[in-house]
Design a protein around this ligand. Structure first.
Ligand code: ADP
Ligand code: MG
Length: 763
């Protein structure tokens, strides 16, 4: 018989119990069982005084039976067994009650030591457990159950009504005893260097610790391994992509890069110069660049991307710029064309000699327009091609694709990168830009196969943004908000009003349209649509992606969230704002419509733009001075920070008002708004965001390379560990790229791949 390992079926070890584990917990393998870690530990040496047991919670308690009585019930037929259990401090009793005494009364005799678990209830003032699971610990009647509870700490697992914790513990015991060793993915020298226990030892420490130090040590090791495996995968991916040659793009004197630098109406900041140097030297190498450029909105990433693209064009290649939405693609196209001026009019009258062309490819173009652009791209006449991410899924031929710039990573997954690579003969260089400041642990875990550049300073002349939180229980303030909007607009400023949902054109009016907002339509009038109507989509809390995720889900009760149509209609009716030019923008409009509205807003022909978060990333309107975010508590910290980066981009200071109906969101939601209002440091906010978000949100499905989430690691807390695992893993992979000497690690990596593939298949 081959030795047991993590992939062994539970049924080969625990027999009939396997069925229960599968039904109750979904466990089928040893790994499933062992990776399910205790939620906490009880210390029998320091027992919980029963008087402090939390009502309604699932508990595991240890105590001694003081008395047990069976009596006839008054209110219904039958007999009841009442057992008084005393805690070890002698200070409190807990009643165990059984409506069918049979079988229990012989075992629960005075003096018996008992472990019991169940949900704490009360009867009168007496705490009790009704029909608890229990085990008698004293050797007494030859009980085999619950023996693992003796000595050491008592592990407590997340509860399920379908499986008694005592049975769970008994089955786990069988598994732990059946295993004699486990292949260890961590190389021995790494374990030695970091003082880590072996894998099986770690599981024993976590599930059967004698002391707190022991389970911490076990858990540390499991986290280390998780980080190590991810890092090893990233290191391998990086080595693999380094192994595919790219065409080196040497800088060209007096080329288009120089022409643009001369043309720019400003000097690059020091930070921009540094990054430009990094980009140019990466591009000149025969291995593909994989660089992540992060910098706040307005820090000047786009200019750098353009210079990098021109460097590639100078060297005979083409570059593609991919944006997450059509609005952004169109904006990039406009901005780039304007910045380039005659440089982008190659071959045209008045254009620069040796200049190039910029093609735009979007889904909403007319067939003729599209054909012309496709032709320009395919012939190589257009050195730069701008489009949405869809560009790479389509059959777009690029004659000589040398660089792909991806604006806003959020929606850009591994598989898309692969698709891109497949479009060129040699691997293109890749530059990813993101405006979301990324905490170090996330960068290492999610973008660990890339080199990171960061723009920390904003170009001079950027104006400060002031942020205020407006709570809905102060209607006066809200009135003031709309007056302020009107004042801004009259003074030549432009205003964004951001709503969490689109809504329908015939959504009910906001009551008292003279105070749009809080105190808005309440649920009782519309019992049929608690979720905010037909357009509700799963919550995008913390998501920063536009498009599909533009709407925020409404969780259960609470005031209905503001819809774009509703708010626009109300503003058009409100005396102070009625005279303003108000438009709406959201993802259900066609690309053409959206683009037309954005153009009008950018040209100053619209005063107030009521929209969803489609405006979130990258949109640049110099005269936008004010942003009002309605139901701001529904948005994540980083998302709000990005949103407000839209204002104050011209010569005038920005104002951001975060409006909340208060208390309707999840706990801590309003505190988050105060945090956003208190600082403009994006890195600090990203760190806060990380602490309040679930790991799955942080990684996002595609960003984590398909992994649906982390098992043990906490990116907000485990920085030291992740850094150590990163170094160890990269060293291991560099020394042995195929991991020929590390079969167990290789198997873990294959598992990661399989998980990713399964994930992608599910969509
Ligand atoms: P990002 O892409 O990082 O949001 P952009 O590249 O769009 O930032 O730059 C924001 C604005 O600042 C643009 O209008 C751009 O022309 C301008 N800009 C970029 N770099 C500088 C600079 N060094 N000095 C002054 N203005 C700059
Ligand atoms: Mg930008």
């Amino acid at each position: 018989m081959s030795p047991l390992d993590l992939d062994s079926r539970l049924r080969t070890i625990v027999g009939a119990g396997a069925k229960r584990l599968e039904t109750a917990r979904g466990f089928t393998t040893v790994r499933d069982m062992l990776d399910f870690l205790p939620r906490t530990y009880l210390d029998p040496a320091r027992p919980t005084a029963f008087s402090h047991l939390p009502h309604g919670e699932d508990v595991v308690v240890v105590g001694t039976v003081r008395s047990a009585t069976t009596r006839t019930m008054r209110t219904r037929r039958g007999r009841i067994l009442v057992v008084d259990l005393e805690d070890d401090s002698g200070g409190g009793t807990l009643q165990l009650t059984f409506f069918k005494p049979f079988g229990h009364q012989d075992r629960l005799v005075p003096g018996a030591r008992v472990v019991a678990s169940g949900q704490i209830g009360t009867y009168g003032r007496q705490l009790q457990l009704t029909h608890p699971d229990y085990a008698v610990l004293d050797a007494g009647k030859g009980s085999t159950s619950g023996g693992w509870l003796l000595g050491g700490l008592v592990p407590v697992y997340p509860a399920t009504p379908k499986l008694s914790p005592i049975v769970h513990g008994d089955l786990l015991d069988l598994v732990l005893h059946a295993l004699t060793e486990l292949p260890d993915p961590l190389p021995e020298e790494v374990r030695t260097e970091h003082g880590l226990p072996g894998l099986l030892e770690a599981y024993r420490l976590v599930h059967r610790p004698q002391t707190t130090a022991e389970h911490r040590r076990g858990r540390w090791r499991l986290k280390f391994q998780e980080a190590f495996v991810i890092q090893a995968a990233l290191a391998q991916a990086r080595l693999a992509s380094d192994a595919v040659p790219a065409v080196p793009r040497e800088p060209v004197e007096g080329g288009l890069v120089d022409a643009l630098l001369e043309r720019l109406p400003f000097e690059l900041t020091h930070g921009q110069h540094v990054v430009l140097g990094e980009l140019r030297s990466d591009l000149a190498r025969p291995v593909p660049m994989h660089r992540l450029l992060q910098g706040e909105v307005g820090s000047g990433k786009t200019v750098l991307a353009l210079l990098a693209m021109l460097a590639v064009v100078d060297a005979g290649g083409q570059a593609a710029l991919l944006a997450p939405t059509e609005v952004l693609a169109a904006q990039h196209h406009r901005a780039i064309t304007a910045m380039l001026g005659p440089i982008a009019e190659g071959g045209m009258l008045g254009g620069m000699e040796g200049g190039t062309r910029v093609a735009l490819l979007t889904g909403s173009q007319s067939a003729a327009e599209r054909r012309a652009n496709l032709l320009a791209a395919a012939s190589g006449e257009a050195g730069i091609v701008v489009g949405t991410h869809a560009l790479i899924q389509e059959h777009v031929q690029l004659a000589e694709l040398g660089l792909v710039v991806v604006d806003e990573q959020h929606r850009f997954g591994v598989e898309q990168r692969d698709a891109l690579r497949a479009k060129a003969d040699a691997a293109p260089h890749v530059l990813v830009m993101t405006a979301t400041p990324i905490p170090r642990t996330v960068a290492m875990t999610v973008y660990g196969d890339m080199t990171t550049s960061t723009l920390r300073e904003l170009p001079r002349g950027r104006q400060p943004i002031t942020t205020h939180v407006v709570t809905g229980d102060k209607p006066r303030w809200l009135e003031r908000t709309w007056q302020r909007v009107a004042e801004e607009a009259r003074g030549g400023g432009q205003v964004y009003v951001v709503c969490p949902r689109i809504g329908e054109e015939d959504d009910p009016d906001l009551p008292g349209a003279d105070t749009v907002g809080p105190g808005g339509p309440t649920a009782p009038g519309q019992p049929g649509q608690p979720g905010g109507g037909a357009d509700e989509r799963p919550g995008a809390q913390g998501s920063t992606g536009p498009g599909e995720g533009e709407e925020v889900g409404q969780a259960g009760e609470g005031p209905q969230l503001h819809g774009v149509h509703q708010v626009a209609r109300a503003l058009r009716a409100l005396p102070s704002t009625a005279a303003l030019r108000i438009e709406v923008l959201h993802g259900r409009m066609s690309g053409e419509e959206k683009d037309a509205v954005m153009r009008a807003f950018a040209a100053g022909a619209v005063d107030v733009l009521v929209s969803t978060t489609v405006i979130e990333v990258g949109v640049d309107v110099a005269d936008a001075t004010t942003m009002v975010v309605l139901d701001a508590d529904r948005f994540g910290i980083s998302q709000l920070h990005q949103l407000r980066g839209r204002v104050g981009r011209g010569g005038r200071p920005g104002l951001c008002l975060l409006v909340t109906q208060g208390g309707s969101g999840e706990p801590g939601a309003v505190e988050r708004l105060d945090q956003v209002a208190s600082t403009t440091d994006g890195f600090e906010l990203a760190r806060l965001d990380l602490e309040t978000r679930r790991e799955g949100d942080v990684l996002g499905a595609s960003q984590s390379g398909g992994r649906s989430g982390l098992r043990f690691l906490r990116l907000a807390r485990d920085e030291e560990l992740i850094v150590a695992a990163h170094e160890a893993a990269w060293a291991t992979v560099e020394a042995d790229p195929d991991l020929a000497g590390h079969p167990a690690l290789r198997r873990e990596l294959a598992r990661l791949d399989a998980e990713r593939a399964a994930f992608l298949e599910r969509g």
